[in-house]
Design a protein around this ligand. Structure first.
Ligand code: FAD
Ligand code: SF4
Ligand code: SF4
Length: 398
């Protein structure tokens, strides 16, 4: 994954820092080595998350959260295209010289390819989700060498962590960070295998999303659409290492160091915005009346869903959470979940707690010596309601 002159790391999502002129910076920049979230949250937002303010423990510091959708969804976007439209507006208004983000590899539409965009019209080729990792931050030095001083970066949390850790030494006049949530990423190769399990024509699939209504939506090039309930996904047939340990132990689902997070989990069918600081407000304001927003809703109760998930993770003993449910029951529960399961913000809290439990259980099992350096303090109150508490050796020492 990393070039031969870069330091070898067992936990690495190839964010690009190891490919820069000073790969040793991984030591201070990496989410998987010695993260310090309170310090970086303070650097970026002026304060660390407030554990007592509703939802900050789960989603990180924020000014406001919204449901949102573009009035005219952008063709090819993952949802309505708020992310890439903000990028276009930044370039159209001259607020930035360039944006670092991903487009698709010309050989494989699912493979992310880092790109420097300096024309608003080129943002269109970045729309949509790709599965996998690509060295986004390796473009920082080439972009700076081109003379770009005002930049935006669109990235997933492990890329944004490293970016923020090194932000001060980049010497930029302005940096906007648009983050998306991220979880359960895997290599593009693994993702192709997954596609082959859910369809007899995997090469015809051109869209896939794990929706907040417990269905995976799959679209095909000919316009056909398929919705598969989560419970009927062939997860138990995937190899144990299908999701790398990095993504099974990732502690930042909602991209807490971005200026604005653009996701869908708390959006109940629309997009979900977490505006974290005044730069995030500036970014949202760029959309003017192209976007409509409303208060996010919340419904259902998460506790039993999270307990069920935790039991599956424990049973899977290192592999994927196996669903111990008889096949005949799956369609019924699959039909019921969108109606009675956690919805809106409660769904987002559910997912964040599930990820926190995964982090602790997988890291304890596979790399226990890394617990104290890799698991930040905010993870423990998320898992405590499920009977998981840290040992003295596991308490975070950044
Ligand atoms: C691997 C992955 C997992 C995700 N999981 C969740 C989740 O669990 N919950 C949730 O709410 N949201 C998740 N998201 C974010 C979600 O899929 C949408 O990207 C987001 O809601 C923005 O939608 P949009 O229509 O505004 O994006 P668009 O306007 O279509 O823009 C998408 C942007 O994402 C960038 N991008 C696409 N693929 C990658 C990649 N592999 N790595 C880095 N950048 C990429 C593109 O370059 C583009 O800038 C995930 C994204 C990724 C990449
Ligand atoms: S900083 Fe980036 S490149 Fe370096 S080890 Fe971490 S994920 Fe890999
Ligand atoms: S799940 Fe976490 S570690 Fe994995 S790609 Fe996404 S942000 Fe990076």
């Amino acid at each position: 994954m990393t070039p031969s002159n870069a330091p070898y790391r067992s936990l690495c999502t190839d964010c690009g820092i190891s490919r820069t002129s000073n790969p040793k910076r991984c030591g201070e920049a990496c989410q998987f080595i010695k993260p310090n979230y309170p310090e970086l949250e303070t650097q970026v937002h002026g304060r660390a998350r407030d554990f007592n303010r509703p939802d900050e423990l789960h989603f990180g510091p924020f000014i406001k959260m919204l449901r949102a959708a573009l009035n005219n969804p952008s063709p090819g976007a993952q949802w309505t295209g708020i992310t890439t439209r903000i990028g276009e507006r930044l370039l159209e208004t001259g607020a930035v010289d360039a944006i670092l983000t991903m487009t698709e590899d010309p050989e494989d539409r699912w493979k992310p390819l880092p790109i420097i965009i300096d024309k608003a019209s080129d943002m269109a080729k970045c729309r949509g989700m790709r599965m996998g990792y690509a060295p986004l931050l390796s473009l920082l030095e080439p972009a700076i060498a081109k003379g770009y001083k005002k930049m935006a970066v669109i990235g997933i949390p492990c890329q944004v962590y490293a970016l923020r850790a090194l932000e001060k030494e980049l010497g930029l006049e302005k940096l906007y960070v648009i983050g998306t949530p991220c979880s359960d990423n895997t290599t593009t190769e693994n993702f192709h295998h997954f596609l082959s399990l859910i369809s007899s024509e995997p090469e015809e699939i051109n869209y896939l999303e794990f929706r907040a209504d417990y269905h995976v939506e799959v679209r095909f090039k000919n316009g056909k659409k398929k919705e598969i309930p989560f419970l009927q996904l062939p997860l138990s047939t995937l190899p144990n290492d299908f999701f790398p340990l990095t993504c099974r132990t990732c502690v930042d689902y909602t991209n807490v160091l971005s200026d604005i997070t653009v996701g869908y989990m708390g959006g109940q069918g629309e997009q979900w915005l977490i505006v974290r600081n005044h730069r995030g407000e500036e970014l949202l304001n760029l959309l003017g009346d192209e976007v409509h927003t409303s208060e996010p809703g919340t419904a259902g109760k998460r506790h039993s869903a999270v307990v069920g998930f935790m039991k599956n993770v424990e049973r899977a003993a290192g592999g994927l959470p196996l669903r111990k449910m008889p096949n005949w029951l799956r369609p019924i529960v699959g039909w019921l979940m969108p109606k009675i399961g956690p919805r809106g913000l409660e769904f987002a809290r559910t997912r964040v707690e599930m990820k926190a439990i995964e982090t602790v259980l997988h890291l304890r099992r596979e790399q226990p010596a890394k617990m104290a350096s890799m698991v930040p303090k905010h993870i423990w109150p998320l898992v405590e309601p499920y009977g998981i508490t840290p040992t003295e050796q596991e308490i975070h020492k950044p």
